[in-house]
Design a protein around this ligand. Structure first.
Ligand SMILES: [Zn+2]
Length: 315
């Protein structure tokens, strides 16, 4: 069995042939074109190139924005890929696959959870919350064995849980969303502000002349060295994330919470304080510790997750 997995991103379109056990075979990527016509050609050329005559049983798309999973129509997609709005992904790929091959689609966050459900940390579970910690915070929910999509496909935007009603303005128009308090962008902007103010810290001594190098990763590293200001920035961000997860745990009672994304690579420096933060906030009602675990699907391109959408377990 071979499945075609495709990830549509703002800068790259990635595609791969995925085996029934989740192994990624032939794969490739191209730059995301600027117009619909060029997109259609690039997508079909890329798919033909990696399929290379193999028999494809089904195809799955992961895409940013709000995707109608039933029809594979792109409902809402701001930014560079705006031209895809209103278009049906299964039709765009039809010149390659014909119209009889089943095609599935969903947003990139749900696709990541579908991958974990088929071949990773969520296997065998029916209630799972997944958070992807990067420049923003992505999320997806599996409840009672189903990926939660909500009334209009918006469900799972966990980065936009309101944590502080009067907090910083968010990209979504709300204030104090989780990702304004915990995300690489939020952590970096706290650190940059500290350097601007000349706070007595390794952050200022090391990065005052080169703020570009003061990344989220650098803040975690400096915190690990014991620097007070860096530790405080990490502590406050982790506290916000822990509060958000506690709310999710109370609302959804998941068996596990998968915490992935670039910031999760900090490992114990993140997982240890986060676990105790979630534990003290939830133990009263839950009377158990909800395991916070990293993802297990090695492919981070989104291609394997997109392929997983085609499996019954991810519907
Ligand atoms: Zn928001």
């Amino acid at each position: 069995m071979a499945i075609l997995g495709i990830d549509i991103g703002g800068t790259r379109i990635k595609a791969g042939v995925v085996a029934g056990d989740g192994t990624l075979g032939a794969h490739a990527a191209v730059g995301t074109p600027a117009t619909l016509e060029d997109f259609r050609d690039a997508l079909c050329d890329l798919a033909r190139h990696i399929i290379d005559g193999a028999e494809i049983e089904a195809a799955g798309f992961g895409c940013k924005g709000i995707i109608n999973a039933r029809s594979t129509r792109v409902d809402v997609l701001p930014g560079t890929l705006h031209y895809l709005e209103g278009h049906v992904l299964s039709e765009l790929i039809a010149p390659v696959l014909g119209r009889r091959t089943p095609v599935f689609a969903d947003n990139d966050a749900r696709v990541a959870l579908a991958g974990e459900l088929a071949w990773g940390a969520a296997r065998g579970h029916s209630d799972v919350v997944m958070l992807t910690l990067g420049t923003g915070v992505g999320g997806a929910i599996l409840s009672g064995g189903r990926l939660v999509r909500g009334h209009s496909g918006v469900a799972g935007h966990l980065g936009h849980l309101t944590i502080d009603p009067d907090g910083p303005l968010c990209i979504c128009g709300n204030r104090g969303c989780l990702e304004t308090l915990f995300s690489s962008r939020a952590i970096e902007s706290e650190a940059h502000a500290a350097v601007h103010r000349g706070v007595d810290s390794l952050l200022t001594r090391r990065y005052a002349g080169d703020l570009q190098a003061l990344t989220c990763e650098a803040v975690f590293e400096t915190a690990r060295e014991g620097d007070t200001a860096a530790r405080l920035i990490v502590y406050e961000a982790v506290r916000a994330l822990g509060a958000a997860i506690a709310g999710l745990v109370h609302a959804l009672d998941p068996e596990i919470v998968i915490v992935g994304g670039q910031i999760a690579q900090a490992g114990d420096a993140l997982f240890e304080p986060l676990t105790s933060e979630v534990q003290w906030r939830t133990h009263g009602l839950l009377r158990r510790t909800v395991p916070l675990v990293p993802p297990q699907v090695a492919d981070t391109s989104g291609v394997v997750g997109a392929a997983a959408l085609t499996l019954a377990g991810a519907s």
